[in-house]
Ligand binder design. Sequence first.
Ligand SMILES: Cc1ncc(COP(=O)(O)O)c(C=O)c1O
Length: 438
Amino acid sequence: MKLALLGGEKTITKAPAIFPIVPDAAYKTVEEMMKKGAISMSPVTKNFEEKFANYIGREYGLCMCNGTTSIQSALFAVGVGTGDEVIVPSFTFWATVGPVVACNAIPVFADVDLELQTLTAETIEKVITPKTKAIIIVHTWGTPCEIEPIIELAKKHNIKVVEDCSHAHGATYHGKKVGSFGDVGCFSLQGSKILSAGEGGILVTDSKEYYERACALGHYERIDGFSPDSEYKKFAGTGLGFKHRANPLGIAIADAGLDVLDERNEIRNNHGKLLESLLADVDFLKLQRTPDNAERVYAYHYMRYVPENLKNLSVTTLCKALAAEGVAGGTCGYGRLHKAPLYTESGMFGNGCPLACPHYGKEYKPNTDMPNTEILAINDIMIAPRFENVGREFIEEYALAYHKIAENIDDLLEYEEKLNKEEKTKDLGIGRSINSFK
Ligand SMILES: Cc1ncc(COP(=O)(O)O)c(C=O)c1O
């Protein structure tokens, strides 16, 4: 079969059918809330906090206006402040790391494991210093990190662990939900996530102290309810200068989403595993490894492209050929944060702070020795959209597109040969879809 890029038939002709982001059950609740005018403070928020904390297996939940804020609040809660170092991946969305700077602290980038695509105890240990206060681990694409060794390492060095679970609502490690291992678990509930409030976030913790600190930072209206001996009680009238309250209409949507999360995760997981089994013989794609005794969720389908196994075809030409076949996917643009001006230039907050802050007492230079991050930044590609309301034939068509590329590789190389260098190596950019080639 001739490749679509070279004039042949397209393999995938239908758009993927996804679950409605707003579950049916949410309409009635949201309508009632709107009629009552309960569009700011509403018991819906606290009910969801309890329900979600219970789902994850934690004592406290605190809704936020977004996931980014939940990470900033978590860092503040565990005591990260001026001049403290926080270990982070560069292979992640910007919002894992930006809040470190927002806390006036110093991000220290660590490499990820090539197969897991996440930080590990080994990569973290290499960059620990006496100034390390916290680590942010990310369960990237829905795959839990190898958590246990990370928690052990953190305990040994008295370092706090914040889990960024924005891709991993419902994923488990050793039978427990992600978000229940670190000092604080953070979840985005943004519109593209598998549990969504449109815009929103939530943090979970077992520590009353962390819960109260996060409330003090951005939820002034809750401080009054603290016990009289709380050291944060005095901030009841002012908070600490931020406001992080979530819109309860969005939280009502997330609440209805939580009721169907496990059921939907199971469908996505079955589809994800089917796709992986159909691609098992495609040796130019390497599966993201899930740690033993972990159950990932298929929020995203990413695999590492191995050019050596496809006669060194460029990732750009591969994506172009896939787009022509109708594949909805693309590059993610992760793995570039350590080169971003926010971390290479100081001073956005005045007087060089936080990166050249006198309280840091060291010269700041982002770590660039991250070979696996460099590989994934180029070659990790989204190979398929979220598979939800689709049948087996649809997933088989996706697998077929990849087999078609392998079978026609010589024609594709001949096509690539004729391109100029710029066309061959065109940077797909941050978050650019394969379909931007259309
Ligand atoms: C890994 C990761 N962390 C944090 C966030 C931030 O969440 P939000 O967009 O809700 O602020 C996202 C959202 O895209 C994310 O993917």
